[in-house]
Design a protein. Sequence first.
Length: 600
Amino acid sequence: LAGGPVSGALRATARALKTQVALALDSAVLTEEVHRRRGEARFGSLVRHASDLITVLDPDLMVTYQSPSVERVLGFGSDAILGRPFTELVCAADRERLTRVLSDAMAAGEEVKALECALLQSDGVERQFQILFTNLLDDEHVGGFVLNARDVSERKVFEDELRHQAFHDTVTGLANRASFSERVRHAITRGRRERRTLAVIFLDLDDFKTINDSLGHAAGDQVLVEVARRLDATVRGADTAARFGGDEFAVLLEDVTDSQQAADTAQRILEALAAPIRAGHKELALRASLGISVALHDDARNADELIRDADAAMYISKRDGKGTYRLFEPTMHEGVLARLELRTDLQRAIATDQLELHYQPLVRLSDASVVGVEALLRWRHPERGTIAPGDFIPIAEETGLIIPIGRWVLREGCRHAQRILKAMPDAGYGMSINLSLKQIQHSDIVADVRDALADSGLAAERLTLEITESVLMHDTELAVDRLKDLKALGVRLALDDFGTGYSSLSYLSRFPVDILKMDRSFLREGSSPAANGLATAVLGLGATLSLEVVAEGIETEEQWHVLRELGCDFGQGFLFARPMNADASLAFLAAQAVPSLDAP
């Protein structure tokens, strides 16, 4: 068979199979090579167009490869950094840290290491990168570190902004409450360790809400920014100024010698804020109430308690007249707690009709005949009894409750005046109602008065609105505009407590007032020549400006006699009648029940 035809056929078949196998193997190798080269081309294309920076570093951190993205992102030309230390691309602040991290990774045989650092562009500008180092020192094809760097500059800016917002006030840029509290905690710890004294000053702007109400929130923000600037300029570099929100600010004084140094700083703050502040087209005179809490190195209070006590002292400062500061004393807590309770109760009082109006007659001094009544607000507290206006009106002004309360007083006073006129149509009695500074500054005051008149049916000329001299002094231009608008409704305007401020003939002539109400302090001076001289001056001013003059606080026949002799036409006081509730006032007026007094 070996030499036969079958054997020849087998050999031919074997040769054919061998050839086919060889061809198949060559085809497989070729296919693999094609795929490999396609893969390399694809990889090369990805590397060339990648936004990430890709470099290879040798064990000495010298660059042995740089991707084209290095030029696009950092501005270094093709192969510009080859053979140079990679650390030259790293900002000086991060250079030592990066070198240490990679050295530690080599020593420990770590395969992957990640960190963030700043790399330098060719123009020297820093950009933040998130860098991943892959240790391929043992790979025969690489023999170094493969560095993949992703630009996270925009993300870092966003993160930094979020971090800043978390610890800073967005309007003023000062530290916020959270940041301030944390700094106070650290200061307390340092103070105890290093036996230092620190202080917290709590600051509340007086009557700030009226700025927002009258000029708008944009103007209010202008004021807040300027207050922040002045605060920051007044305190030392190591101290911290913060805004808690609204019109509340705080200052941390680290390492003060004693409470007097803290008080001196508070005084400087008051002086810095006293200079006029421009808001929009107006210049405003700003005041603030400050409270100071001082902590010695052995003080047991924590940060929240220290801030709370400074806040309590601030409330006492505001209660005592505003525009000043007070040092915290433990007894202040009782007063502050009582005030906070009163604030809560006042909100409840409005909702549960605990407020009521009493009415005190105004008389003609020539014969003691009644010409009208003045509405006076009273609070019937279910537990404390009757609370005087002087105890709750300041709280109402602080909280803004004076606006709804004042609106109610206008409506109720006008309704009662109309009831009086319906009962006694020929008497011609008038109604006087007091307006606060906050009401005058509120944009709705004219509409509130108009609505009260329309709701009650009271003729505008029967209503007299009383404002204090201080209202005119606070924001003269706004006061003039508001009073003119009110006057246009047909009401009469009275200047209450006149003589306690700085009004002059030229000053008063700017305001459309009809009546001067002489402050009761003139009568407390008795009938001395000095007291008579003051009363005569007010009466002379009224005559010059063609204004009626009403004397307040008449309690004795002697005072009545003197005022009549001086030419005062009208007055009110306990001598003639005390304030009375609505029903009693109706009966009083119906009977003309003025005490039977003979004209002296």
